[in-house]
Unconditional design. Structure first.
Length: 574
Protein backbone atom coordinates (compact mmCIF):
# COMPACT_ATOMS: atom_id res chain seq x y z
CA UNK A 1 0.00 0.00 0.00
CA UNK A 2 1.42 3.36 -1.03
CA UNK A 3 1.69 6.36 1.28
CA UNK A 4 -1.18 8.07 -0.52
CA UNK A 5 -3.45 5.05 -0.14
CA UNK A 6 -2.46 4.65 3.51
CA UNK A 7 -3.19 8.31 4.29
CA UNK A 8 -6.48 8.18 2.37
CA UNK A 9 -7.58 5.18 4.41
CA UNK A 10 -6.41 6.78 7.64
CA UNK A 11 -8.33 10.00 7.03
CA UNK A 12 -11.38 8.47 5.34
CA UNK A 13 -14.32 10.71 6.21
CA UNK A 14 -17.12 8.38 5.15
CA UNK A 15 -19.38 6.15 7.20
CA UNK A 16 -18.50 2.44 7.28
CA UNK A 17 -21.19 0.72 5.24
CA UNK A 18 -23.41 -2.06 6.51
CA UNK A 19 -21.75 -4.39 3.99
CA UNK A 20 -18.29 -3.57 5.36
CA UNK A 21 -19.44 -4.18 8.91
CA UNK A 22 -21.14 -7.42 7.94
CA UNK A 23 -18.14 -8.76 6.01
CA UNK A 24 -15.16 -7.49 7.96
CA UNK A 25 -16.60 -6.84 11.40
CA UNK A 26 -14.99 -3.41 11.34
CA UNK A 27 -15.45 -1.51 14.58
CA UNK A 28 -14.74 2.04 15.59
CA UNK A 29 -11.39 1.95 17.45
CA UNK A 30 -11.50 2.94 21.09
CA UNK A 31 -9.26 5.96 20.53
CA UNK A 32 -11.83 7.30 18.07
CA UNK A 33 -14.39 7.32 20.89
CA UNK A 34 -12.31 9.75 22.93
CA UNK A 35 -13.00 13.22 21.55
CA UNK A 36 -11.51 14.81 24.63
CA UNK A 37 -8.52 13.13 26.19
CA UNK A 38 -8.12 15.48 29.11
CA UNK A 39 -10.20 17.12 31.77
CA UNK A 40 -8.33 20.39 31.67
CA UNK A 41 -7.01 21.61 35.00
CA UNK A 42 -8.58 25.05 34.67
CA UNK A 43 -7.83 26.14 38.26
CA UNK A 44 -4.56 27.88 37.36
CA UNK A 45 -6.24 30.65 35.35
CA UNK A 46 -8.64 31.93 38.07
CA UNK A 47 -5.86 31.41 40.62
CA UNK A 48 -3.54 33.76 38.71
CA UNK A 49 -6.35 36.25 38.05
CA UNK A 50 -7.24 36.45 41.75
CA UNK A 51 -3.57 36.87 42.67
CA UNK A 52 -3.02 39.74 40.21
CA UNK A 53 -6.24 41.42 41.35
CA UNK A 54 -5.23 41.18 45.01
CA UNK A 55 -1.78 42.58 44.20
CA UNK A 56 -3.51 45.76 43.12
CA UNK A 57 -5.66 45.80 46.26
CA UNK A 58 -5.39 46.80 49.90
CA UNK A 59 -6.57 45.72 53.34
CA UNK A 60 -9.55 47.95 54.23
CA UNK A 61 -9.32 47.06 57.93
CA UNK A 62 -5.81 48.47 58.41
CA UNK A 63 -5.70 51.98 57.12
CA UNK A 64 -6.81 54.17 54.22
CA UNK A 65 -7.41 52.80 50.74
CA UNK A 66 -4.28 51.74 48.90
CA UNK A 67 -1.94 51.96 51.90
CA UNK A 68 -1.53 48.45 53.35
CA UNK A 69 -1.46 45.54 50.94
CA UNK A 70 -3.53 42.41 51.46
CA UNK A 71 -2.28 39.23 53.04
CA UNK A 72 -3.68 35.69 52.94
CA UNK A 73 -5.99 36.10 55.95
CA UNK A 74 -7.20 39.68 55.54
CA UNK A 75 -10.03 41.18 53.49
CA UNK A 76 -8.90 42.66 50.20
CA UNK A 77 -10.45 45.55 48.27
CA UNK A 78 -9.62 46.97 44.86
CA UNK A 79 -11.04 49.53 42.46
CA UNK A 80 -13.37 48.55 39.65
CA UNK A 81 -14.13 51.62 37.60
CA UNK A 82 -15.16 54.26 40.11
CA UNK A 83 -16.24 51.77 42.78
CA UNK A 84 -14.43 49.89 45.52
CA UNK A 85 -15.18 46.17 45.58
CA UNK A 86 -13.68 43.19 47.37
CA UNK A 87 -11.52 40.79 45.37
CA UNK A 88 -13.59 37.84 46.58
CA UNK A 89 -16.76 39.48 45.24
CA UNK A 90 -15.11 40.06 41.86
CA UNK A 91 -14.15 36.40 41.54
CA UNK A 92 -17.60 35.20 42.58
CA UNK A 93 -19.37 37.53 40.17
CA UNK A 94 -17.01 36.54 37.34
CA UNK A 95 -17.81 32.88 38.04
CA UNK A 96 -21.51 33.66 37.77
CA UNK A 97 -20.96 35.77 34.65
CA UNK A 98 -19.16 32.83 33.05
CA UNK A 99 -22.21 30.61 33.59
CA UNK A 100 -24.59 33.31 32.32
CA UNK A 101 -22.64 33.84 29.09
CA UNK A 102 -22.50 30.09 28.54
CA UNK A 103 -26.28 29.83 29.03
CA UNK A 104 -26.94 32.50 26.38
CA UNK A 105 -24.23 31.31 24.00
CA UNK A 106 -24.96 27.60 24.13
CA UNK A 107 -28.72 28.00 23.88
CA UNK A 108 -28.12 30.09 20.76
CA UNK A 109 -25.44 28.01 19.00
CA UNK A 110 -25.95 24.64 20.68
CA UNK A 111 -27.97 23.37 17.71
CA UNK A 112 -24.76 23.49 15.66
CA UNK A 113 -23.56 20.60 17.81
CA UNK A 114 -26.74 18.57 17.28
CA UNK A 115 -27.60 19.05 13.62
CA UNK A 116 -25.86 19.16 10.28
CA UNK A 117 -22.12 19.11 9.67
CA UNK A 118 -21.04 22.31 11.43
CA UNK A 119 -20.33 20.87 14.86
CA UNK A 120 -16.76 19.75 14.15
CA UNK A 121 -15.86 23.14 12.64
CA UNK A 122 -17.27 25.04 15.62
CA UNK A 123 -15.54 22.65 18.00
CA UNK A 124 -12.18 23.24 16.31
CA UNK A 125 -12.59 27.01 16.59
CA UNK A 126 -13.68 26.84 20.25
CA UNK A 127 -10.81 24.48 21.11
CA UNK A 128 -8.22 26.76 19.49
CA UNK A 129 -9.63 29.81 21.32
CA UNK A 130 -9.58 28.01 24.67
CA UNK A 131 -6.03 26.67 24.22
CA UNK A 132 -4.76 30.07 23.05
CA UNK A 133 -6.36 31.83 26.04
CA UNK A 134 -4.50 29.49 28.39
CA UNK A 135 -1.15 29.77 26.62
CA UNK A 136 -1.32 33.57 26.42
CA UNK A 137 -1.15 33.68 30.23
CA UNK A 138 2.63 33.38 29.81
CA UNK A 139 2.65 37.16 29.25
CA UNK A 140 0.99 37.85 32.62
CA UNK A 141 3.40 38.15 35.55
CA UNK A 142 3.46 40.20 38.76
CA UNK A 143 3.76 43.45 36.82
CA UNK A 144 0.41 42.71 35.18
CA UNK A 145 -1.37 43.54 38.44
CA UNK A 146 -1.57 47.19 37.36
CA UNK A 147 -3.90 46.16 34.51
CA UNK A 148 -5.51 43.12 36.13
CA UNK A 149 -8.68 43.62 34.09
CA UNK A 150 -6.90 42.28 30.99
CA UNK A 151 -5.97 38.87 32.44
CA UNK A 152 -9.45 38.72 34.00
CA UNK A 153 -11.03 39.21 30.56
CA UNK A 154 -8.72 36.63 28.96
CA UNK A 155 -9.52 34.22 31.78
CA UNK A 156 -13.25 34.73 31.19
CA UNK A 157 -12.77 33.95 27.48
CA UNK A 158 -10.99 30.74 28.45
CA UNK A 159 -13.65 29.66 30.93
CA UNK A 160 -16.53 30.31 28.52
CA UNK A 161 -14.82 28.59 25.58
CA UNK A 162 -13.77 25.64 27.75
CA UNK A 163 -17.34 25.14 28.96
CA UNK A 164 -18.65 25.44 25.40
CA UNK A 165 -16.11 22.90 24.14
CA UNK A 166 -17.41 20.32 26.61
CA UNK A 167 -20.91 20.62 25.17
CA UNK A 168 -19.69 20.15 21.61
CA UNK A 169 -17.51 17.20 22.62
CA UNK A 170 -20.41 15.54 24.44
CA UNK A 171 -22.62 16.09 21.38
CA UNK A 172 -20.43 13.64 19.47
CA UNK A 173 -21.39 10.68 21.68
CA UNK A 174 -24.73 9.95 19.96
CA UNK A 175 -23.09 10.28 16.54
CA UNK A 176 -20.47 7.73 17.58
CA UNK A 177 -23.09 5.42 19.05
CA UNK A 178 -25.13 5.12 15.84
CA UNK A 179 -22.00 3.84 14.04
CA UNK A 180 -21.56 0.91 16.40
CA UNK A 181 -22.12 -2.38 14.49
CA UNK A 182 -24.74 -3.62 16.96
CA UNK A 183 -26.67 -0.37 16.70
CA UNK A 184 -26.56 -0.31 12.90
CA UNK A 185 -27.56 -3.97 12.78
CA UNK A 186 -30.52 -3.30 15.08
CA UNK A 187 -31.64 -0.44 12.89
CA UNK A 188 -31.19 -2.48 9.72
CA UNK A 189 -33.25 -5.33 11.14
CA UNK A 190 -36.00 -2.90 12.26
CA UNK A 191 -36.13 -4.14 15.82
CA UNK A 192 -38.83 -2.91 18.19
CA UNK A 193 -38.34 0.86 18.84
CA UNK A 194 -38.06 0.44 22.62
CA UNK A 195 -35.50 -2.35 22.18
CA UNK A 196 -33.56 -0.17 19.76
CA UNK A 197 -33.46 2.66 22.31
CA UNK A 198 -31.99 0.26 24.87
CA UNK A 199 -29.32 -0.94 22.42
CA UNK A 200 -28.35 2.60 21.45
CA UNK A 201 -28.36 3.74 25.10
CA UNK A 202 -25.98 0.94 26.09
CA UNK A 203 -23.63 1.87 23.23
CA UNK A 204 -23.78 5.54 24.19
CA UNK A 205 -23.09 4.81 27.87
CA UNK A 206 -20.11 2.64 26.89
CA UNK A 207 -18.66 5.46 24.80
CA UNK A 208 -19.27 7.92 27.62
CA UNK A 209 -17.52 5.62 30.09
CA UNK A 210 -14.52 5.15 27.78
CA UNK A 211 -14.21 8.90 27.25
CA UNK A 212 -14.55 9.63 30.98
CA UNK A 213 -11.87 7.07 31.81
CA UNK A 214 -9.46 8.58 29.30
CA UNK A 215 -10.31 12.07 30.53
CA UNK A 216 -9.28 11.15 34.06
CA UNK A 217 -6.12 9.53 32.73
CA UNK A 218 -5.40 12.75 30.84
CA UNK A 219 -6.02 14.80 33.97
CA UNK A 220 -3.61 12.59 35.89
CA UNK A 221 -0.91 12.91 33.20
CA UNK A 222 -1.00 16.72 33.01
CA UNK A 223 -1.08 16.98 36.81
CA UNK A 224 2.01 14.76 37.10
CA UNK A 225 3.76 16.81 34.40
CA UNK A 226 3.00 20.06 36.23
CA UNK A 227 4.19 18.58 39.52
CA UNK A 228 7.40 17.47 37.82
CA UNK A 229 8.00 20.94 36.39
CA UNK A 230 7.24 22.57 39.75
CA UNK A 231 9.62 20.27 41.62
CA UNK A 232 12.31 20.87 39.00
CA UNK A 233 11.93 24.64 39.37
CA UNK A 234 12.13 24.39 43.16
CA UNK A 235 15.30 22.29 42.87
CA UNK A 236 16.85 24.52 40.20
CA UNK A 237 16.41 27.71 42.22
CA UNK A 238 16.91 26.03 45.61
CA UNK A 239 13.48 27.20 46.76
CA UNK A 240 10.88 25.38 48.86
CA UNK A 241 7.89 24.23 46.85
CA UNK A 242 5.50 26.43 48.85
CA UNK A 243 7.61 29.50 48.03
CA UNK A 244 7.67 29.20 44.25
CA UNK A 245 6.81 32.47 42.47
CA UNK A 246 3.16 32.95 41.56
CA UNK A 247 4.16 33.10 37.90
CA UNK A 248 4.24 29.29 38.01
CA UNK A 249 0.44 29.47 37.67
CA UNK A 250 0.89 31.06 34.25
CA UNK A 251 3.44 28.39 33.32
CA UNK A 252 1.10 25.59 34.42
CA UNK A 253 -1.78 27.22 32.54
CA UNK A 254 0.27 27.33 29.34
CA UNK A 255 1.27 23.70 29.81
CA UNK A 256 -2.41 22.72 30.14
CA UNK A 257 -3.25 24.64 26.97
CA UNK A 258 -0.39 23.08 25.04
CA UNK A 259 -1.22 19.61 26.34
CA UNK A 260 -4.86 19.97 25.30
CA UNK A 261 -3.81 21.22 21.85
CA UNK A 262 -1.37 18.33 21.47
CA UNK A 263 -4.12 15.82 22.23
CA UNK A 264 -6.84 17.58 20.23
CA UNK A 265 -5.21 18.31 16.86
CA UNK A 266 -4.48 14.66 15.93
CA UNK A 267 -8.08 13.76 16.73
CA UNK A 268 -9.39 16.55 14.49
CA UNK A 269 -7.19 15.27 11.67
CA UNK A 270 -8.03 11.58 12.05
CA UNK A 271 -11.70 11.67 13.06
CA UNK A 272 -14.33 10.50 10.61
CA UNK A 273 -17.06 12.81 9.44
CA UNK A 274 -20.26 12.02 11.34
CA UNK A 275 -22.88 14.65 10.56
CA UNK A 276 -25.95 14.99 12.70
CA UNK A 277 -29.51 14.87 11.37
CA UNK A 278 -30.84 17.76 9.27
CA UNK A 279 -32.54 20.67 10.96
CA UNK A 280 -36.28 20.22 11.51
CA UNK A 281 -38.45 22.07 8.97
CA UNK A 282 -39.06 25.80 9.45
CA UNK A 283 -36.21 26.21 11.96
CA UNK A 284 -32.72 27.68 12.01
CA UNK A 285 -29.59 27.12 14.06
CA UNK A 286 -29.88 30.35 16.05
CA UNK A 287 -33.43 30.01 17.38
CA UNK A 288 -33.95 26.25 17.65
CA UNK A 289 -32.42 26.05 21.14
CA UNK A 290 -34.67 28.81 22.47
CA UNK A 291 -37.71 27.20 20.87
CA UNK A 292 -36.89 23.91 22.61
CA UNK A 293 -36.65 25.65 25.98
CA UNK A 294 -39.93 27.47 25.36
CA UNK A 295 -41.71 24.26 24.34
CA UNK A 296 -40.45 22.46 27.43
CA UNK A 297 -41.61 25.25 29.75
CA UNK A 298 -45.14 25.02 28.36
CA UNK A 299 -45.43 21.42 29.55
CA UNK A 300 -45.29 22.23 33.28
CA UNK A 301 -48.99 21.51 33.86
CA UNK A 302 -48.76 18.09 32.18
CA UNK A 303 -45.61 16.96 34.02
CA UNK A 304 -45.77 18.49 37.53
CA UNK A 305 -43.33 16.02 39.12
CA UNK A 306 -40.75 16.72 36.42
CA UNK A 307 -40.95 20.45 37.03
CA UNK A 308 -40.86 19.94 40.80
CA UNK A 309 -37.50 18.26 40.24
CA UNK A 310 -36.42 21.19 38.05
CA UNK A 311 -37.15 23.51 40.99
CA UNK A 312 -35.21 21.33 43.42
CA UNK A 313 -32.35 20.96 40.97
CA UNK A 314 -32.15 24.74 40.54
CA UNK A 315 -31.61 25.24 44.28
CA UNK A 316 -29.22 22.28 44.38
CA UNK A 317 -27.01 23.61 41.57
CA UNK A 318 -27.28 27.09 43.06
CA UNK A 319 -25.92 25.81 46.37
CA UNK A 320 -23.24 23.46 45.01
CA UNK A 321 -21.84 25.96 42.49
CA UNK A 322 -21.85 28.71 45.12
CA UNK A 323 -20.07 26.85 47.90
CA UNK A 324 -17.64 25.45 45.33
CA UNK A 325 -16.82 29.01 44.22
CA UNK A 326 -16.43 30.20 47.82
CA UNK A 327 -14.09 27.36 48.77
CA UNK A 328 -12.04 27.97 45.63
CA UNK A 329 -11.66 31.64 46.49
CA UNK A 330 -10.60 30.70 50.04
CA UNK A 331 -8.23 28.03 48.71
CA UNK A 332 -6.41 30.46 46.43
CA UNK A 333 -5.71 32.92 49.24
CA UNK A 334 -5.08 30.36 52.02
CA UNK A 335 -2.49 28.51 49.90
CA UNK A 336 -0.92 31.85 48.94
CA UNK A 337 -1.83 31.19 45.29
CA UNK A 338 0.57 28.25 45.11
CA UNK A 339 -0.33 26.34 41.96
CA UNK A 340 1.71 23.26 42.89
CA UNK A 341 -0.06 22.79 46.23
CA UNK A 342 -3.40 23.16 44.48
CA UNK A 343 -2.36 20.55 41.92
CA UNK A 344 -1.81 18.06 44.74
CA UNK A 345 -5.23 18.96 46.14
CA UNK A 346 -6.82 18.43 42.74
CA UNK A 347 -5.23 14.99 42.56
CA UNK A 348 -6.82 14.12 45.90
CA UNK A 349 -10.15 15.40 44.58
CA UNK A 350 -9.83 13.38 41.37
CA UNK A 351 -8.84 10.14 43.12
CA UNK A 352 -11.65 10.47 45.65
CA UNK A 353 -14.12 11.23 42.84
CA UNK A 354 -13.32 7.88 41.24
CA UNK A 355 -13.66 6.16 44.63
CA UNK A 356 -16.94 7.97 45.32
CA UNK A 357 -18.53 7.07 41.99
CA UNK A 358 -17.53 3.41 42.33
CA UNK A 359 -18.65 3.30 45.98
CA UNK A 360 -22.07 4.78 45.22
CA UNK A 361 -22.49 2.45 42.24
CA UNK A 362 -21.63 -0.56 44.43
CA UNK A 363 -24.04 0.49 47.18
CA UNK A 364 -26.81 1.09 44.67
CA UNK A 365 -26.39 -2.36 43.12
CA UNK A 366 -25.82 -4.11 46.46
CA UNK A 367 -28.96 -2.73 48.13
CA UNK A 368 -31.04 -2.11 44.98
CA UNK A 369 -31.44 1.59 45.79
CA UNK A 370 -33.36 3.93 43.52
CA UNK A 371 -31.71 6.81 41.66
CA UNK A 372 -33.63 9.36 43.73
CA UNK A 373 -32.41 7.73 46.95
CA UNK A 374 -28.79 7.89 45.78
CA UNK A 375 -29.17 11.55 44.83
CA UNK A 376 -30.65 12.38 48.24
CA UNK A 377 -27.77 10.57 49.99
CA UNK A 378 -25.19 12.47 47.94
CA UNK A 379 -26.98 15.77 48.53
CA UNK A 380 -27.29 15.11 52.26
CA UNK A 381 -23.58 14.45 52.70
CA UNK A 382 -22.70 17.41 50.47
CA UNK A 383 -24.73 19.64 52.80
CA UNK A 384 -21.92 19.18 55.34
CA UNK A 385 -19.60 21.33 53.17
CA UNK A 386 -21.41 24.69 53.50
CA UNK A 387 -22.57 23.81 57.02
CA UNK A 388 -18.93 23.39 58.08
CA UNK A 389 -18.16 26.78 56.55
CA UNK A 390 -20.89 28.37 58.68
CA UNK A 391 -19.06 27.26 61.82
CA UNK A 392 -16.12 29.39 60.69
CA UNK A 393 -18.17 32.54 61.20
CA UNK A 394 -18.10 32.12 64.97
CA UNK A 395 -14.64 30.64 65.54
CA UNK A 396 -11.20 30.51 63.97
CA UNK A 397 -10.68 26.91 65.05
CA UNK A 398 -12.77 25.33 62.29
CA UNK A 399 -14.72 26.45 59.22
CA UNK A 400 -12.04 26.61 56.50
CA UNK A 401 -9.51 28.64 58.45
CA UNK A 402 -6.70 26.08 58.09
CA UNK A 403 -5.11 24.49 55.02
CA UNK A 404 -5.63 20.98 56.42
CA UNK A 405 -9.38 21.58 56.16
CA UNK A 406 -8.97 22.20 52.43
CA UNK A 407 -7.42 18.75 52.00
CA UNK A 408 -10.37 17.21 53.84
CA UNK A 409 -12.77 19.29 51.75
CA UNK A 410 -11.30 17.99 48.48
CA UNK A 411 -11.56 14.39 49.66
CA UNK A 412 -15.13 14.88 50.93
CA UNK A 413 -16.19 16.68 47.76
CA UNK A 414 -14.78 13.90 45.61
CA UNK A 415 -16.42 11.04 47.51
CA UNK A 416 -19.85 12.52 48.18
CA UNK A 417 -20.40 15.37 45.70
CA UNK A 418 -18.99 13.92 42.47
CA UNK A 419 -21.75 11.24 42.29
CA UNK A 420 -24.37 14.00 42.53
CA UNK A 421 -23.62 15.12 38.97
CA UNK A 422 -24.19 11.62 37.57
CA UNK A 423 -27.31 10.84 39.62
CA UNK A 424 -28.97 14.19 38.93
CA UNK A 425 -28.72 13.58 35.17
CA UNK A 426 -29.91 10.00 35.55
CA UNK A 427 -32.92 11.07 37.63
CA UNK A 428 -33.68 13.74 35.06
CA UNK A 429 -33.74 11.09 32.33
CA UNK A 430 -36.26 9.08 34.39
CA UNK A 431 -38.60 12.08 34.50
CA UNK A 432 -38.62 12.79 30.75
CA UNK A 433 -41.14 11.34 28.27
CA UNK A 434 -39.68 9.05 25.62
CA UNK A 435 -38.91 10.99 22.46
CA UNK A 436 -38.64 14.35 24.27
CA UNK A 437 -35.15 13.91 25.72
CA UNK A 438 -33.51 16.60 23.62
CA UNK A 439 -36.14 19.22 24.45
CA UNK A 440 -36.14 18.62 28.22
CA UNK A 441 -32.38 18.28 28.55
CA UNK A 442 -32.09 21.68 26.87
CA UNK A 443 -34.22 23.07 29.71
CA UNK A 444 -32.20 21.02 32.21
CA UNK A 445 -29.00 22.57 30.87
CA UNK A 446 -30.20 26.15 30.98
CA UNK A 447 -31.58 25.57 34.51
CA UNK A 448 -28.10 24.47 35.55
CA UNK A 449 -26.38 27.47 33.97
CA UNK A 450 -28.85 30.02 35.35
CA UNK A 451 -28.42 28.51 38.83
CA UNK A 452 -24.63 28.70 38.46
CA UNK A 453 -25.00 32.38 37.60
CA UNK A 454 -27.58 33.28 40.22
CA UNK A 455 -25.89 31.62 43.21
CA UNK A 456 -22.37 33.07 42.89
CA UNK A 457 -23.84 36.49 42.06
CA UNK A 458 -25.90 36.47 45.28
CA UNK A 459 -22.96 35.21 47.33
CA UNK A 460 -20.76 37.87 45.72
CA UNK A 461 -23.20 40.54 46.91
CA UNK A 462 -23.27 39.04 50.41
CA UNK A 463 -19.47 38.98 50.49
CA UNK A 464 -19.28 42.59 49.36
CA UNK A 465 -21.60 43.64 52.18
CA UNK A 466 -19.97 41.62 54.97
CA UNK A 467 -16.32 41.64 53.80
CA UNK A 468 -16.14 37.92 54.58
CA UNK A 469 -16.62 35.27 51.89
CA UNK A 470 -17.57 32.71 54.56
CA UNK A 471 -20.91 34.43 55.13
CA UNK A 472 -21.92 33.06 51.75
CA UNK A 473 -22.01 29.59 53.31
CA UNK A 474 -25.23 30.54 55.14
CA UNK A 475 -26.99 31.13 51.84
CA UNK A 476 -25.52 27.90 50.40
CA UNK A 477 -26.69 25.86 53.41
CA UNK A 478 -30.25 27.18 53.18
CA UNK A 479 -30.46 26.55 49.42
CA UNK A 480 -29.09 23.03 49.69
CA UNK A 481 -31.43 22.13 52.54
CA UNK A 482 -34.35 23.52 50.53
CA UNK A 483 -33.26 21.44 47.53
CA UNK A 484 -33.10 18.34 49.71
CA UNK A 485 -36.68 18.90 50.88
CA UNK A 486 -38.07 19.64 47.41
CA UNK A 487 -36.43 16.63 45.72
CA UNK A 488 -37.63 14.35 48.52
CA UNK A 489 -41.21 15.35 47.60
CA UNK A 490 -40.80 14.24 43.97
CA UNK A 491 -43.15 11.25 43.66
CA UNK A 492 -41.65 8.84 41.13
CA UNK A 493 -44.81 6.69 40.97
CA UNK A 494 -46.98 9.67 40.07
CA UNK A 495 -44.31 10.83 37.64
CA UNK A 496 -44.37 7.46 35.87
CA UNK A 497 -48.15 7.68 35.40
CA UNK A 498 -47.88 11.23 34.06
CA UNK A 499 -45.14 10.18 31.64
CA UNK A 500 -47.21 7.31 30.24
CA UNK A 501 -50.23 9.58 29.80
CA UNK A 502 -48.06 12.24 28.13
CA UNK A 503 -46.50 9.72 25.75
CA UNK A 504 -49.91 8.30 24.78
CA UNK A 505 -51.29 11.80 24.16
CA UNK A 506 -48.32 12.69 21.99
CA UNK A 507 -48.65 9.39 20.12
CA UNK A 508 -52.25 10.16 19.28
CA UNK A 509 -51.29 13.65 18.12
CA UNK A 510 -48.75 12.15 15.71
CA UNK A 511 -51.24 9.79 14.08
CA UNK A 512 -51.97 10.47 10.44
CA UNK A 513 -55.38 10.55 8.80
CA UNK A 514 -54.77 7.04 7.48
CA UNK A 515 -54.00 5.81 11.01
CA UNK A 516 -57.32 7.22 12.22
CA UNK A 517 -59.19 5.62 9.31
CA UNK A 518 -57.56 2.29 10.15
CA UNK A 519 -58.73 2.67 13.73
CA UNK A 520 -62.28 3.40 12.59
CA UNK A 521 -62.40 0.29 10.39
CA UNK A 522 -60.73 -2.03 12.87
CA UNK A 523 -63.23 -4.74 13.84
CA UNK A 524 -64.34 -4.85 17.45
CA UNK A 525 -63.96 -8.11 19.33
CA UNK A 526 -67.15 -10.10 19.89
CA UNK A 527 -69.13 -9.22 23.03
CA UNK A 528 -68.79 -11.48 26.06
CA UNK A 529 -71.35 -14.26 26.52
CA UNK A 530 -74.54 -13.36 28.38
CA UNK A 531 -74.68 -14.48 32.02
CA UNK A 532 -77.04 -17.31 33.01
CA UNK A 533 -80.60 -16.25 33.80
CA UNK A 534 -80.35 -17.53 37.33
CA UNK A 535 -77.18 -15.67 38.11
CA UNK A 536 -77.41 -13.76 41.37
CA UNK A 537 -74.58 -11.36 40.60
CA UNK A 538 -73.53 -9.41 37.54
CA UNK A 539 -70.14 -10.61 36.26
CA UNK A 540 -67.31 -8.08 36.01
CA UNK A 541 -66.82 -7.08 32.39
CA UNK A 542 -63.49 -5.62 31.28
CA UNK A 543 -64.59 -2.65 29.22
CA UNK A 544 -61.10 -2.26 27.77
CA UNK A 545 -61.85 -4.98 25.20
CA UNK A 546 -64.10 -2.50 23.41
CA UNK A 547 -61.36 0.07 22.92
CA UNK A 548 -59.74 0.47 19.54
CA UNK A 549 -56.65 -1.64 18.94
CA UNK A 550 -53.31 -0.03 19.81
CA UNK A 551 -51.30 0.99 16.75
CA UNK A 552 -47.92 2.35 17.88
CA UNK A 553 -46.71 5.29 15.86
CA UNK A 554 -43.22 4.92 14.38
CA UNK A 555 -40.51 6.25 16.69
CA UNK A 556 -38.56 7.84 13.88
CA UNK A 557 -39.86 10.27 11.35
CA UNK A 558 -37.85 8.56 8.60
CA UNK A 559 -37.55 4.99 9.74
CA UNK A 560 -35.55 3.85 6.76
CA UNK A 561 -32.46 5.82 7.75
CA UNK A 562 -30.97 5.73 11.24
CA UNK A 563 -29.25 9.09 10.78
CA UNK A 564 -32.61 10.86 11.05
CA UNK A 565 -32.89 9.94 14.72
CA UNK A 566 -32.50 13.14 16.68
CA UNK A 567 -29.47 12.79 18.99
CA UNK A 568 -30.04 13.06 22.73
CA UNK A 569 -27.12 15.46 22.97
CA UNK A 570 -28.14 17.33 26.06
CA UNK A 571 -28.07 14.16 28.17
CA UNK A 572 -24.32 14.79 28.49
CA UNK A 573 -24.22 18.50 29.16
CA UNK A 574 -26.00 21.67 28.30
Amino acid sequence: MGCHDFWSKLTDKGYPTDEEIRNSGERIPEWDKVPQTTINNYAYVPNMVQYLTSQNGWDPTRGPAGVIRCDADSPCDTRLGGSVISVESIMLVVGGLNAFIQAILLTTIGSLADYGNNGSHMLLIITLISCAAQIVFLVFDDESSSYWGVPLAVGLVFQVSYGASLVFYWAIFPQLAINEPKVRAAKREKVDPEEYMVIESIARNHISAVSTAWSNIGFLVISVLNIGVGQAMASRYNTPVNQLPKYTNSIFSAMCGGYWLLCAIPWFVLQKNRPGPPLPPNTNYWTLGWRKVGRALREYHRLPQTFLFFLGYFFLMDAVSSHNQVTQVLTYSMTDYNGLVQTYMNLVNSACSIIGCLLFLYLQKRFQLATKTMLLISTGFTLAIPLWGCFGLGTDMIGYHHVVELWIYNAWFGIFTAPFYAYSQTLMSELIPMGCENMFFALFGITSKVAQFFGPAVVGGITQGTRDARTGFIYCTLCQFLALVIISFVNMEKAEIRLRVYEEQERRKSETVQDLLNHMHSPLPPPPPSPPLNATTTPDIDSSIYTTPYHPAPLYEKDHDYRHHEPETDRYGF
